[in-house]
Each structure stands twice: as structure tokens, then as C-alpha cells.
Design a protein around this ligand. Structure first.
Ligand code: HPA
Length: 276
């Protein structure tokens, strides 16, 4: 194992130990909040930890990502919310972006819900749709598992057939039905960012079978699956992808749409957590 990997392994282990001491419990599930989706972490918290205080954690710099772990009771469960995701486009090494996920796994958290803002490619979707990710195109993502395998987490060649938990997906379908929330389903393609895609790139992703596109989630899913966590991922389609409507894309539109569908998003995620 090289020095970078040794530091990384040391990092997620001490981060896990620090978080364990601060929380005094093992949360039932962790939720990573995407752009504009932070309001799920609002309200009464059991505990708030600043990333700045957690050994080895990087600071989130993306707008709307504040850099706090929030332990809250949601749907009768203890839920650890990651308010502030780390992206490679912030200049971080992919290992730094997945360090929190690996720390959660070491902490003993078995279930992970990832959320994100994404551009819609599938023409059946509209701005504001919620899409459960059933699979992904990750060829563009930086390699999470290159280098010496971290044996204490998982195998050298982890399966990705069931990267998205069938059981959690079924629970999300039931929760959506019960709550009267429309939940679309589709394939998410990873793009590096930070620029949005070109219309030609979007046509390529569409040809390859993508329904939505975004700059996160895939590295975290790979790290979670490697570590044996069960994962559910939900995209908020904040805009139709480049070239589809002919409009320019802006981050403000992403935040505005996420804000508009926040009610449904919170209802859905809360109902899913209740079922876990
Ligand atoms: N492309 C990539 N990432 C995104 C988009 C998009 O259109 N919308 C929100 N995140």
C-alpha cells in the first residue's frame, strides 16, 4: 500500500472513531444531501458536527453545501445527514470525496441514501421530477478503487449488479405511492464538471442509455458498495440537460427547482427512512 492509501485508510478510521465518540450511537442510516436539498437537515438536531472538527474530512466548497454532519430523528430512526457533499470538481482527490462514506461504513452504518441535483435527459421527465437511480454510467468517473485494495472494507472486485439496493428501491416505490409523490426511475450518467455538458455530450449520453446527468454520487455508490453498504439514490431533476430546451443552464435554476420540490422530496425521503 502506498503512502497516499495509507493516509487515506488512517484518515477514514480516525474520522469514524471521532464521529462515533461525538454521536454516542450508530445511526440507522446516513443521507448525503445534494445541491439545494439541505433543508432536510433543518429542524431540531440531536447533534451537529462541523467538518472542520472531524479529522481527515475536507471542507465542502460548493454553493449550498455547508459542511456539517447533522444527527436527527427522521421517521423514527436516527439519521446522520451529510450537509455538504465533496465533489472532485472542487479539486479534491476522489479518495477525499469518498472518505466520509468509508468513515460511515467503519462506524457501522449499513444503509445510505444519496441525493443529488441532476439534468434530465429523458424527455418523459420535466424540471422538478424526482428520479430514483436504478443504475449508472460511471466510465467518466475517477477510479475510486485503483491502488491497493482496502481489505478491511471489501473485496478487490466488488459486484455492481446490485449497486442500487433492490430492497431499498422497492421501499422507495411503496413510499412514493403512499405519499402520492411521482417517482420516476432511470440511469444516471456521471460527468466531471464543473461546467455543464454541451448539447453534443448530452446526445451522446442519451444514446448510451442515460436518463439524467450529474457531477456526483457515482464515486460514493462505488465506495459504499465496496464496503457492503446498501444504497438508494434519488435525483432531483432540477433542469432539462443542455440543448434540450435551448435555454442556458444556471446554478440558480438548479437551486430554485430543488427549493420548489423540497416538500415532495422531504415527504418521500422521510417515508423511505420510516420503512428501513
Ligand atoms: N448537468 C450536470 N449536473 C447537474 C445538472 C446538469 O444539467 N443539473 C444539476 N446538476
Amino acid at each position: 500500500m502506498n503512502e497516499v492509501m495509507r493516509q487515506h485508510v488512517f484518515g477514514f478510521n480516525i474520522a469514524a472513531e471521532f464521529i462515533r465518540k461525538q454521536l454516542g450511537c450508530v445511526p440507522d442510516c446516513a443521507v448525503v444531501l445534494g445541491s439545494g436539498l439541505a433543508p432536510l437537515a433543518e429542524g431540531e438536531a440531536i447533534k451537529v458536527i462541523d467538518y472542520a472538527d472531524i479529522p481527515a474530512f475536507r471542507q465542502s466548497t460548493a454553493p449550498g453545501h455547508s459542511g456539517k454532519l447533522v444527527l436527527k430523528e427522521i421517521g423514527g430512526k436516527k439519521v446522520l445527514l451529510m450537509k455538504g457533499r465533496l465533489h472532485c470538481y472542487e479539486g479534491y482527490d476522489v479518495l477525499d470525496t469518498v472518505l466520509p462514506i468509508r468513515a460511515f461504513a467503519k462506524l457501522g452504518i449499513k444503509k445510505l441514501i444519496l441525493t443529488n441535483a441532476a439534468g434530465g435527459i429523458n424527455l418523459d421527465f420535466a424540471e422538478g421530477a424526482l428520479m430514483m437511480i436504478t443504475d449508472h454510467l460511471g466510465f467518466n468517473a475517477p477510479p475510486v478503487l485503483w491502488g491497493a485494495n482496502v481489505e478491511e472494507l471489501g473485496p478487490r472486485f466488488p459486484d455492481m449488479t446490485f449497486a442500487y439496493s433492490r430492497d431499498m428501491m422497492e421501499k422507495a416505490r411503496e413510499a412514493a405511492k403512499e405519499q402520492g409523490v411521482r417517482l420516476c426511475e432511470g440511469v444516471y450518467a456521471y460527468t466531471k464538471g464543473a461546467q455543464y455538458e454541451t448539447p453534443a455530450e448530452i446526445r451522446m449520453y442519451k444514446l448510451l442509455g442515460a436518463d439524467a446527468v450529474g457531477m456526483s454520487t457515482v464515486p460514493e455508490v462505488i465506495a459504499a458498495r465496496h464496503a457492503g453498504m446498501e444504497t438508494l439514490a434519488i435525483s432531483c431533476i432540477t433542469n432539462m440537460a443542455a440543448g434540450i430546451t435551448g435555454k442556458e443552464l444556471t446554478h440558480q435554476e438548479v437551486l430554485d427547482t430543488a427549493n420548489r420540490v423540497m416538500g415532495d422530496f422531504i415527504k418521500l425521503v422521510t417515508a423511505v427512512i420510516e420503512k428501513l
